[in-house]
Each structure stands twice: as C-alpha cells, then as structure tokens.
Design a protein around this ligand. Structure first.
Ligand SMILES: [Zn+2]
Ligand SMILES: [Zn+2]
Length: 133
C-alpha cells in the first residue's frame, strides 16, 4: 500500500513529466517543420525597386515568407549570375532586386539591372559586380 509520501512523490514525478512533454511540444510547435530564418533587423537585406528606386529591407524570414507566397522570382542558377526579383510593395510588380550599399558614399543601387548587367552607384559609379569579358 503506498503511503502519502510515495503518492506525493508520484504526483511530483507525473507533474515533471507533464511539464517536460509540454515544453517539448511547445518547442516542436515553435520551431515548425523547417528551419526558420532569422527575423532580426540586423540581418535584413536591402532591396531596391528598378521602377521607382525606392529602397526597402527584408529580413531573411520575410524573404522566405514572400518566396513561399510566390512573390520572389529568380532566373539564375548561381546567386551572383542570376537575377532575383521581389514583388515591390508599391508597384506590385516584380521590379525589386537585391540592393548594394555603396562602401564609399552609402548610396543604395541595384546589384544587377533588368537586363542582367551590373548596377552602378548613382553617385560615384562604383559597381559591386564586374562584367566578365
Ligand atoms: Zn517600386
Ligand atoms: Zn558610391
């Protein structure tokens, strides 16, 4: 016959198990079935719209979500060769591309233009990509 002490111990053990299972479930639900991308502002990447030149930033997580919703188009096999187009929040067209921040004057400009040629800084002409002969 279990006395009160062992009943209390059993209740405590069950309580610990319930909490552990609950925590595991909580973590499993939070992490989802695929790896979440960082959503911090310091991880945000700049994008620039080729039509209206406005610059906006997307965190890797919001980029991933846009990509899931079909709001990102890419036509290249290699990241540095291909062009990635993101749907611009204002024009609703696939006109925004990853932007480069000029290391000399801080101006944002498109890494590549619509035709795939490297973009240049509007202020000093700096180009992040170089054309291959
Ligand atoms: Zn735009
Ligand atoms: Zn510049």
């Amino acid at each position: 016959m279990p006395d009160d002490n062992s009943k209390t111990a059993l209740a405590l053990k069950i309580g610990v198990i319930v909490i552990a299972v609950g925590a595991a479930l909580f973590l499993a639900l939070r992490s989802g079935d695929e790896a979440e991308q960082p959503d911090a502002a310091e991880d945000a990447m700049p994008y620039i719209c080729l039509d209206d030149n406005h610059v906006f930033t997307l965190t890797p997580k919001s980029f991933q979500e846009m990509s899931r919703q079909g709001e990102v188009k890419t036509d290249g096999q290699r990241l540095d060769e291909g062009r990635t187009f993101v749907r611009c929040p204002t024009t609703k067209q696939f006109t925004a591309v990853p932007a480069i921040k000029c290391p000399k004057d801080g101006a944002f400009f498109p890494g590549r233009l619509k035709d795939g040629t490297p973009g240049k800084c509007p202020k000093c002409g700096y180009a992040f990509y170089h054309t291959h002969p």
